[in-house]
Design a protein around this ligand. Structure first.
Ligand code: URA
Length: 452
């Protein structure tokens, strides 16, 4: 059946429901170039305002999934579980949860992304390890998972090409923030990536797509419905993004923090979330009969050092230097570091003249987490546009987090990198990252809700 793009745009503009055929026609035509950007942009804006219902969102996802290759992971034995984060600041959880789940027998055949804008990407972090290759031929990818239980590679250019084109268009037409468009974009790629089950880490807070918990829960529910209707068991965990995960935000410095976590010395939040998510992966991968058993198994894999050994094998198998596990100097080192310090000026800016605590102790009450991500990007750790080169040594070490005590002279965070001008720029942009209080603020709850 032939459709008319102008009629499809009019129908959605006026609040109508698009049929499966109309959605398929749009996705196929936009992917092969027969539908121009201006018509696609008009439809995206109509969808943005009029929204799509559940059926339309599901069809949009299916059509985008089918626009490219669908990975066949059947050559790898066992239940494959994919994990996806909607994007966080300092989110190095895949580097910890992947080895933990693999150490418990779950095959991890994962394709990850690069960072763009204020959020980072697993592939950039791994590539900061000298020699680490993130492109593998399918045969080598399957063989590695069968042999050592894990492989982490970059996403192929043929997965959901419709999403690639549409996402670029959404980015420049102010149509990113729509529930159906976000969920179909994420899930089309996950459904094409070939795993048997999907675990979603849906971030909410100041450094996430969804600032409030209600919107994040709606996104999580929509994605779970899409995944489960497509025959893949999908679970979503809502987690906090009002402050960075751990202390390191960057690439090489996040690898160090991930290794420290695998050695049992990581920050509490990174450890807690990695155990929770990998526990779910072990359960979804049917290596445990309950979530509790899954968590017990991953805790043992952490305590025994088994997961650290899996990470060492992963680095070796993908051409990286495994000595990095014991010697962090092998990683790219920054040549420049500037501290942001809690000083009199910040104190005077935060409080009235009569508002002073006698003991000189104040508290961090809020962090502008998106600004932390942007400052990390300023240092050279992130990209403004896809083509930008990154500095693997660059980033931000966040010393003080919500609820922490601060006194005059305390370091709040340190900006590091190799380009002095960029590191200075990050420091100069960082003035409003922190808000302080006279009394202690409770840190946000990290794991908010699990949706199935
Ligand atoms: N991540 C995606 O892949 N797509 C979106 O639309 C938003 C976040």
């Amino acid at each position: 059946m032939n459709f008319n793009m102008n009629e499809i745009i009019t129908k959605k503009r006026d609040g109508g429901k698009l049929t499966d055929g109309e959605i398929k026609f749009f996705i196929e035509g936009y992917t092969d170039g027969t539908i121009p950007d201006y018509q696609a942009a008009a439809l995206l804006m109509a969808i943005y305002f009029q929204r799509m219902d559940e059926d339309e969102t599901l069809e949009l996802t299916t059509a985008m999934r089918d626009s490219g290759d669908i990975v066949d992971l059947s050559a790898i034995s066992g239940k494959k579980v994919d994990k996806h984060s909607t994007g966080g600041i300092g989110d190095k959880i895949t580097l910890v949860a992947g080895p933990l789940a693999a150490a418990c027998g779950v095959p991890i055949a994962k394709m990850s992304g690069r960072g763009l804008g204020f959020t980072g990407g697993t592939i950039d972090k791994l590539e900061s390890i000298p020699g680490f290759q993130t492109t593998l031929e399918p045969e080598a990818f399957f063989k590695q998972v069968d042999e050592i239980g894990i492989s982490l590679i970059g996403q192929s250019g043929h997965i959901a090409p419709a999403d690639k084109k549409l996402y670029a268009l959404r980015d420049v037409t102010s149509t990113v923030g729509n529930l159906s468009l976000i969920s179909s974009s994420i899930m089309s790629k996950k459904l094409a990536a070939g795993s048997d089950a999907i675990l979603l880490d849906v971030k909410c807070g100041k450094g996430a797509f969804m600032e409030n918990e209600e919107d994040a829960a709606e996104l999580a529910e929509t994605m779970c419905k899409i995944g489960n209707s497509a025959g893949k068991r999908t679970v979503a965990v809502l987690t906090d993004m009002n402050q960075p995960l751990g202390h390191a935000v960057g690439n090489a410095i996040e690898v160090i923090e991930a290794i420290e976590t695998l050695k049992g010395r990581g920050p509490k939040d990174v450890t807690e979330l990695a155990i929770y998510l990998s526990g779910w992966m072990v359960y979804l991968g049917e290596k445990a009969s309950s979530l509790e058993e899954g968590q017990k198994m991953v805790r043992e894999a952490l305590d025994s050092g088994a997961a650290l050994e899996v990470f060492r094998k992963l680095i070796t198998a993908q051409g990286g230097n495994p000595d990095v596990i014991d010697d962090y100097n092998i990683l790219p080192q920054p040549t420049c570091a500037i501290d942001l310090v809690f000083d009199e000026e910040m104190l005077n800016r935060s409080f009235g003249l009569n508002e002073r605590n006698e003991d000189g102790v104040y508290y961090v009450s809020e962090i502008d987490n998106q600004l932390v991500g942007l400052c990390s990007q300023d240092t050279g750790a992130g990209r403004e546009v896809k083509e930008d080169e990154i500095d693997p040594s660059a980033g931000v070490m966040v010393h003080k987090k919500i609820g922490d005590e601060v006194r005059i002279g305390d370091k709040l965070c340190t900006f590091v990198g190799n380009d002095e001008a960029e590191v200075k720029e990050a420091f100069e942009d960082a003035g409003n990252i922190y808000t302080f209080s006279l009394t202690k603020t409770e840190p946000p709850v990290l794991i908010k809700k699990t949706i199935q």
